[in-house]
Design a protein around this ligand. Structure first.
Ligand SMILES: NC(=O)c1ccc[n+]([C@@H]2O[C@H](COP(=O)([O-])OP(=O)(O)OC[C@H]3O[C@@H](n4cnc5c(N)ncnc54)[C@H](OP(=O)(O)O)[C@@H]3O)[C@@H](O)[C@H]2O)c1
Length: 303
């Protein structure tokens, strides 16, 4: 498994595939242990959580199931979403992290992300919360999720720790962060930039993008792999997967990894064999032509 530097921080190396833990509540402890072991045996050292996944049960389940050496893994969690409220107050950030630490059975979180922008955010207050958590040794690094460029810049203006990560929905079937870049100054729907050029902003500022829901379409509507609604895309993935002798899922992974922004893929599968297929995607470097062929097969057009 190839590793990469996170957020331009030369001391932070990690796997390009992250095991997403949003769906692990469906697994027995035995099956979760097997999934975690499969991840680690395939070079995955990074695990993504959130306080809200199954109301905290996913963190607790992981904390009860992980049997390896804590120092050898990167534990990331998120906070800021509550039922009906987004809350980036100092009090909520700190109490959420304390609850996550106890559920994950660890004394520190490697990377804490703010889950989804809070319109009432006071950046100075977030900065204070982060500093407190850092000084107490409870969180080592910080980042965000689902933030646009200006929201990132505003936070960074006040937070003294570099924001290393922006976790965003990105896949072959959810390619908004690249679509507008093809259509600059065009009078078309695709030219509408919905995120303030966040991809370029992250690259300019050495912020690593983590692609969430890499194999699904819509907002949790299901996978596009082997889905007859996306026949042409699957034909193309099949042809390319045959050439490289890997699965279509591996090719969908390789498509994200081929982007020079050096994104990480946050894979949410609960199946060990699928996780292995996803890891095989790190062995494939798609040609420029194949990358564009897949983009077009997903129903996109170029100007
Ligand atoms: N920051 C955010 O706002 C945010 C939002 C959502 C998710 N996330 C993070 O991103 C992670 C991944 O999200 P996700 O689970 O929606 O993404 P995903 O990896 O695209 O989807 C996984 C789901 O697709 C199913 N699937 C069916 N066929 C598949 C195939 N051929 N290849 C891969 N998966 C297939 C899986 O089922 P099986 O389990 O049966 O394989 C699983 O239910 C989450 O665990 C979480 O850590 C972050």
């Amino acid at each position: 498994m190839i590793t990469q530097t996170i957020g331009g921080n030369s001391h932070l190396q990690s796997s390009r595939i992250i095991m997403g833990c949003m769906r692990i509540d469906s697994l027995s402890q035995h099956d979760l242990q097997y999934l975690i072991d499969t991840a680690i045996n395939n070079g995955i050292s990074y695990f993504d959580h959130a306080d809200i996944y199954a109301n905290g049960y996913c963190e607790e389940h992981f904390g009860n199931s992980f049997r390896g050496n804590r120092e050898n893994i990167v534990l990331q969690t998120k906070c800021g979403i509550k039922s009906g409220v987004f809350d980036f107050s100092k009090q909520h950030i700190i109490s959420s992290v304390e609850n996550s630490l106890s559920r994950l059975k660890t004394s520190y979180i490697d990377i804490l992300l703010l889950h989804r922008p809070d319109a009432l955010v006071e950046p100075e207050e977030v900065a204070e919360a982060f500093e407190t958590l850092f000084q107490q040794g409870k969180v080592l690094h910080f980042g965000v999720s689902n933030h646009n460029s200006h929201q990132l810049a505003l936070l960074q203006k006040h937070i003294q720790h570099k924001l290393l990560i922006n976790q965003l929905q990105f896949s072959i079937m959810h390619s908004g962060i690249i679509d507008a870049g093809f259509n600059v100054n065009m009078n078309t729907e695709q030219a509408i930039d919905k995120n303030g050029g966040v991809l370029d902003y992250c690259r300019l500022n050495d912020i690593t993008i983590q692609a969430w829901s890499p194999f699904t379409y819509g907002f949790f509507e299901g996978t596009f792999i082997d889905n007859e609604r996306f026949w042409q895309l699957n034909q193309t993935l099949h042809a390319i997967s045959t050439k490289y002798n890997v699965s279509k899922t591996a090719i969908a992974t390789a498509w994200i990894l081929r982007h020079p922004a050096k994104m990480q893929v946050v894979a949410g599968t609960t199946k060990p064999n699928r996780l292995q297929e996803i890891c095989e995607g790190t062995t494939v470097t798609l040609t420029r032509e194949e990358w564009y062929q897949i983009y077009l097969a997903a129903g996109n057009t170029l100007p």
